[in-house]
Design a protein around this ligand. Structure first.
Ligand SMILES: C[S@@+](CC[C@H](N)C(=O)[O-])C[C@H]1O[C@@H](n2cnc3c(N)ncnc32)[C@H](O)[C@@H]1O
Length: 212
């Protein structure tokens, strides 16, 4: 899928009430920003954000934050939301590496959706399921650890399962073919996923938990 360039992305982000500028100022205060103590679910690398927008509309009692590095993608997410009023939704345009500066122990679930696979061995440390990232997530999970990962990339999926299990996560649900799984696993598609669904491409899924 092509990444689009959004004219005036900067201005769109600046004018949006969904985009949180300087998110570090809300560290340990996200509940105040949302005005409630509901669970907070975070998507890393949300792209154009259609999954998280849809989920926020469906589950008003969960707060959703979509984090994305690229301004153009984030601006597209802002444009998707348009005039809709979704009080339980916020966006952050930042690098996932910075999450420990943005959140205290406030996050209940992390979604890793079609993340960059970094297939070369030398780049494996950049994968969102690398142990270095799992250690960062430890510092922002509120109580229980909960990660949901979807990908079309076999290498990323296999290495993700390996590092999650080495890090003592257990698997509530694993699917090797999410869209054709007889269990009808609840799922809202991302933008990439919609394209892969049309192409009948296999999508891998894991719902992993760690309860102390
Ligand atoms: C393949 S796209 C998937 C987008 C979306 N999750 C979807 O499924 O449609 C991966 C996204 O992760 C973002 N990304 C890559 N590295 C990132 C990082 N370090 N921090 C935040 N976002 C990142 C990219 O900019 C891109 O939008």
């Amino acid at each position: 899928m092509r990444y689009n360039i959004v004219k005036d992305a900067n201005r769109i982000l600046k004018d949006s009430k969904y985009l949180i500028d300087r998110p570090e100022q809300y560290k340990n205060k996200w509940k105040d920003l949302f005005g409630n103590n509901n669970p907070i679910h975070l998507e890393l690398g949300m792209g154009r954000g259609s999954m998280i927008i849809e989920m926020a509309k469906t589950h008003p009692n969960i707060n959703y934050i979509g984090l994305e590095l690229d301004e153009n993608q984030t601006a597209t997410a802002v444009k998707y939301v348009g005039d809709q009023k979704i009080p339980n939704l916020k966006f952050i345009c930042d690098d996932a590496k910075n999450i420990i500066n943005i959140f205290g122990k406030e996050i209940d679930t992390i979604y890793l959706t079609f993340s960059e696979p970094w297939p070369k061995k030398n780049d494996a440390h950049r994968r969102f399921t690398d142990i270095s990232y799992l250690k960062l997530y430890d510092r922002i999970f509120r109580k229980h650890k909960h990660i949901i990962m979807k990908t079309d990339n076999k290498i990323l999926f296999a290495s993700g399962l390996e590092s999650l299990s080495n890090y003592w996560y257990s698997f509530k649900t694993v699917s090797m073919d999410l869209h054709n799984d007889e269990r009808n696993i609840p799922n809202v598609m991302t933008d990439f996923e919609k394209q892969y669904y049309k192409e009948k491409r296999q999508v891998y899924y894991v719902d992993a938990v760690f309860d102390e």
